[in-house]
Structure formats: C-alpha cells, structure tokens
Design a protein around this ligand. Structure first.
Ligand code: PLP
Length: 392
C-alpha cells in the first residue's frame, strides 16, 4: 500500500489485494491447517525462515496475514500479530516482555481478566505486578523498580471510563527505558493512535469494535517488528492462541466499516450520556465526552471522538441498577461490547459479582453502576428505552 493514505482508505484496502490466481476481489478464507511444499529443501527454507511461505496455520496463514497487515496499517505500527481473543493478545504480549523475576506496573482499572492475569498468573510464573491509579501518571513513576519491565494500562478503562494521559505514561516509559503497553479496545484506532503518542505496543480485543458485529472472537498485538516476531515465535506458537482463518476474515470484513460505524456510535453515546446526565434518577455518568468528566481535557487531546461506552450510577444502588437492566426493551442484556446492537450490564450483579464489594468500590464499580455499549440503532429509540426503564 502507498504511504500517506487516509484511515478510511486503509480500513478498506490495507493488507488486501485481489487474488492473482483467480481475480477474487475479496480476500479468500484459507480454511486450511497445512500448506504443501514442492520438496524437502523448500519446506526446510520455510521452516528456517530463509524463504517466506506458509506451512501450518499456527505458524501463519494468508487470511490471518491480511488481517495483521491491515491492523498494523490502521494502528500505525511496524507489524501486528492476530490472536484467538483479546486475552490471548494481552497475555502473549505481556509474556513477550516479562519473565520470572521481572516486575510490571499496571493500572488498577482494567478489564477483569487482564487484571487477573497480572495479579494471579504472573506471580505463578515468578513475576509480580504493582497496581496504581493510572489517571495519576506520577503513581506509575513512584512504583517503578529496578526490575520493572513493563508499564501496562487501558484508556478509556472498563467499565468506569477512566482516562489515562497516554503521552505522559509513554514519556515515563521512555525516560526509564521501560516498554509501555496499552489496551486500545475501547477506543479502537479510529479514535486513538497510541503508538503515535509514544506507546511501545498496542493490544486489542478484536472481538469488540474491530469485528463490530458480535460474531467472532479475536485479538491483536501491534508494535515494533522485532518484538512482534519474537511474540509470534516464542509465545504464540508455543501457547497456541492463534486466530482461526474464518474469524480473521470476519474481523477483516468488520474493519471495512470501522471508520463509519465508530463515529456514528460515538455521536449516539454523546447524546445518551447528556440525557443521563440530566436524569433525576441518575447519580453520576462516566463518559469522557462530558465536560465534567475528570479526564475530559486529556480525552480532548488524545481521542478523536469520546467512544461509545458509557457507565452510570443509578440512584438507589444495587437493586435500582438491576431494575434498569431488567427493564430495557431494546438494549440486549449481554456482556461484551462494540456490536451494532446496544448492550447493557449491571456490573455489581453480573460481570463483577465475584469481586469483593470493597475491591470493586476501590475502582469505582459502585452498587448501582450500569454499563452501556451503544450500537447503531436510532438514538431516540435508545433514549426512550432507558427513560422507561429508569421510570420503573
Ligand atoms: C477492554 C477489554 N480488553 C480485553 C478484553 C478481552 O477480550 P476477549 O474477550 O476478546 O478475550 C475485553 C473483553 O471484554 C475488554 O473489554
């Protein structure tokens, strides 16, 4: 692809080209586990990476390759590797930097399984994590030790929509020679370009906005070429969390409309957040597009739109939050996010039920917190739906 093309053109074209053999315009799904070689020498050259080629889908596949090239182009990275899920991306990307004896400083406000990986799985492997409030980057700085090998964060964060100053954390990492890693799932590369702000590696749950239609699990790691090669070879091949060619194709197809879907979803989210902000039954709205959000100014600097995720505290606590989730008629009561369909969860009774109350309160997951993923329905219908559920 030519350099300097705009995001929309890259979303449609990067990584893909008509098939030279058949003229097929769309990228074929190479639904094959294995690829033949002409002879032993050729296979040896592919194994030894003296020659580019495919031999086994866990090592590489042309459909997956197309997705990886598109992801690298959109995120502005040197290279990318696609994975079976967001968690496969996060765990593999971290293991690409961290070994026994190493230390990570991470944001406390993270997607739950990422938090568990850092808090529970890394210690099993002999590494440790210190959690900090990443909305205050100086907390990262004071937690750094001589053996710190990674600074890890998520912005906007799940589910409280905390905003971390990406450039500030990246600068801290660079000053100390420590790589930085961001989970860019909530923003997607349409809204936020962390690598251009100095972050070393960006990870995604491609299951969300990149796919966009709620029909394929996937993940992505984007960063420096040598690091991506090392993660592919030394982590993914052995742990095995590779994406299937069919899911890679679904995500490729989803990305073709990412730049159209995302701004539309964000525009609806802004209107819904404003509606909730004025609703008498709502205590607090977490949405970075609202001027009173504590991260609003930073979000204005580092995001193109403010995202399509909102969380809000319903007056009346736990039961009131559940009542709103039970009362909606258009929103689907469902986990995940980033779909064309709008989704709703009451965090305390569902996604965070296993987290002790004091722990979840520490990260802002209050009793009445309801999380919304805004889809592509008419915003007036979504507002009406929330209004009637809040009135119950
Ligand atoms: C911010 C964030 N990162 C990572 C993940 C994990 O992604 P996956 O479910 O694709 O493994 C999720 C899942 O909800 C998420 O919300």
């Amino acid at each position: 692809m030519q350099n300097g093309l705009r995001f929309a053109t890259l979303a449609v074209h990067a990584g893909e080209a008509p098939c030279p053999a058949t003229g097929a315009l769309d990228t074929p799904i190479y639904q094959s586990t294995t690829f033949v070689s002409a002879n032993a020498d050729e296979m040896a050259a592919v194994y030894g990476e003296q020659k580019f080629g495919y031999m086994y889908t866990r090592y590489g596949n042309p459909t997956i390759r197309a997705l990886e090239e598109k992801l690298a182009a959109l995120e502005g990275g040197e290279a990318a590797v696609a994975t079976a899920s967001g968690m496969a991306a996060i765990s593999s990307a971290i293991l690409g930097f961290v070994k026994a004896g190493d230390h990570v400083v991470a944001s406390r406000s993270l997607y739950g399984a990422a938090y568990h990986f850092l808090a529970d799985k890394l210690p099993r492997m002999g590494a440790s994590t210190t959690f900090v409030d990443s909305t205050h980057p100086d907390e990262f700085e004071s937690a750094i030790r001589p053996n710190t090998r990674l600074l890890y964060f998520e912005t906007p964060s799940n589910p409280v929509l905390g905003i971390t100053d990406i450039a500030a954390v990246a600068a801290l990492g660079r000053a100390g020679g420590i790589p930085t890693m961001i989970d860019n799932t909530f923003a997607s590369p349409v809204l936020q370009q962390p690598l251009a702000l100095g972050v070393t590696v960006s990870v995604h749950s491609a299951t969300k906005y990149l796919c966009g239609h709620g029909d394929a699990m996937g993940g992505a790691i984007i960063g420096p070429r040598d690091y991506i090669r090392a993660v592919s070879r030394d982590v993914l091949r052995d742990f095995g969390g590779v994406i299937s060619p069919f899911n890679a194709w679904l995500i490729l197809r989803g990305i073709h409309t990412l730049h159209v879907r995302m701004p539309a979803q964000c525009a609806s989210a802004q209107k819904i957040a404003e509606f909730l902000g004025h609703h008498p039954r709502v205590e607090r709205v977490n949405y970075p597009g609202l001027p009173k959000h504590p991260g609003h100014e930073i979000a204005c600097r580092q995001m193109r739109h403010f995202g399509a995720m909102i969380s809000f505290e319903v007056k009346g606590g736990y039961e009131a939050g559940k009542r709103v989730m039970d009362g909606v008629k258009i929103f689907a009561r469902a986990a995940s996010l980033g779909d064309t369909r709008s989704l709703i969860v009451h965090s305390a009774s569902t996604s965070h039920q296993a987290v002790p109350r004091e722990e979840r309160l520490k990260v802002g997951i209050t009793d009445g917190l309801v999380r919304l993923s805004i889809g592509l329905e008419a915003v007036e219908d979504l507002i009406q739906d929330l209004d009637q559920a809040l009135a119950l």
